[in-house]
Design a protein around this ligand. Structure first.
Ligand SMILES: *Cc1c(COP(=O)(O)O)cnc(C)c1O
Length: 392
């Protein structure tokens, strides 16, 4: 959902994109040094980036890969998924979390979501576990922690694996202590330009132990073991490597991750304050905002996704926002109702009513560090105007 980078402009009616990566002098310096080093892949920065990321999260092992999707694929393989298995996952996600299950010939079993958090509902998951269920793949959607304690209990009781899609949740925390991705499960982060941290394209798999990391390191590199010579391969592998240039960018972003995360938190707070102000325009009544942190779980805001009031025409609101120079997106569509998933797995409308209602009403607003107060004001004013004409 990233728009092309445009120079920052504010207050003058310039178009406001949905997302924009924040890269500065340090990123330029590290990338340029790497460019001049003569080593553009499989060099020293790969291990440096993995160690710095693992340290930041407080975990022992991490494996850098070419995308979040590639990371999900290798994590599912490392978890032991096989053709014919069922993996329970959420229908309200970026399509990659379900696609990775299909890559291995397994079947994604979609369960409905919790209306408050928009994450996979543990009650629905418990009811869907059957003889072919092999694992659970919860997603921390929009940066809000999924209920991992509940999923881990279910997994222990039924001998299932847990792979976490943490692609949108770098910097989030669970109520029971650990940062998202640091619970000891295989967990996958993504570094596409709209994420909390970017490497252009890229991802990271947090591994529970050295053996999982060794397997993923090998499979990302065509199945070569670390002690084997070039062009010798002892298992099926892929080219899911992350280049040195991407690692350089990632290292620079990690150095200022706290600043990037703080900017997103303050931006989310700014939206919430404006959109829920007692004197807000009446057209905003019935608008649902991202749930506030509750019970000790802490969101790391990834996108700012609202749900238009029931009865409002979301797609007309998007068009009205566009007419005012503001980019927004229907985010996210329900995966089980995408044509590929309908055709391959026979899904029908009405199967997952909470997800489908949220998917019909959800709207992502511009959200990236660097969005100014003036621009945030403009988005909120335009949203009120858009809803006033779309809620008739
Ligand atoms: C970004 C994202 C991914 C991975 O995307 P890539 O573009 O492959 O890095 C996976 N799942 C979710 C929920 C995401 O938001």
């Amino acid at each position: 959902m990233t728009a092309p980078a445009r120079p920052a402009a504010e207050g003058d009616g310039a178009p406001i994109p949905l997302a924009r990566p924040v890269v500065g002098e340090r990123e330029e310096e590290l990338v340029l040094t790497t460019l001049r080093s003569g080593q553009l892949s499989l060099g020293p920065l790969l291990g440096d980036f993995e160690r710095a990321f693992a340290d930041r999260l407080g975990v022992g092992h991490a494996s850098a890969v070419s995308s979040g999707t590639a990371g999900l694929h290798l994590a599912l393989r490392a978890a032991g998924v096989e053709a014919g298995d069922e993996v329970i996952t959420t229908p309200l996600s970026f399509v990659a979390s379900a696609n990775a299950i299909v890559y291995e010939g397994a079947r994604p079993v979609f369960c409905d979501i919790d209306r408050r958090t928009l994450n996979l509902d543990p009650g629905a998951v418990g009811a869907a576990i059957g003889p072919r269920t092999r694992g659970l793949l919860p997603v921390h959607i929009f940066g809000y922690p999924a209920d991992l304690p509940a999923f881990e209990r279910l997994a222990r009781g039924h001998d299932l694996f847990v792979v976490e899609d943490a692609c949108e949740a770098l910097g989030a925390h669970h109520a029971d202590g650990p940062p998202v991705g640091a619970r000891g499960n295989l967990a996958v982060f993504g570094f596409y330009p709209n994420k909390q941290l970017t490497t252009g394209e890229g991802g990271m798999v947090v591994c529970p132990d050295g053996a999982a990391k060794a397997r993923i390191d090998s499979e990302r590199n065509q199945g070569r073991a670390p002690d084997m010579s070039w062009l010798d391969h002892d298992r099926l592998g892929y080219n899911y490597r992350l280049s040195e240039l991407a690692c350089a960018l990632g290292l620079a972003q990690l150095e200022r991750l706290d600043e990037l995360l703080a900017a997103r938190r303050s931006l989310a707070a700014g939206y919430a304050e404006r959109l829920s102000a007692p004197d807000r325009p009446a057209a905003l009544d019935g608008l649902e905002l991202p749930c506030p942190d509750a019970g000790g779980d802490r969101r790391s805001p990834f996108a700012y996704v609202v749900q238009v009031p029931a009865g409002a025409d979301r797609d007309a609101a998007i068009a009205a926002l566009r007419a005012r120079g503001i980019d927004s997106k229907p985010y996210l569509p329900a995966i089980h109702l995408m044509s590929f998933y309908r055709e391959r797995f026979g899904h029908l409308e009405g199967e997952l009513p909470v997800c489908e209602d949220v998917a019909r009403r959800s709207l992502a607003l511009p959200f990236f560090p660097g969005l100014s107060d003036t621009e945030t004001d403009r988005v909120c004013t335009a949203l009120a105007e858009a809803l006033a004409v779309c809620s008739a």
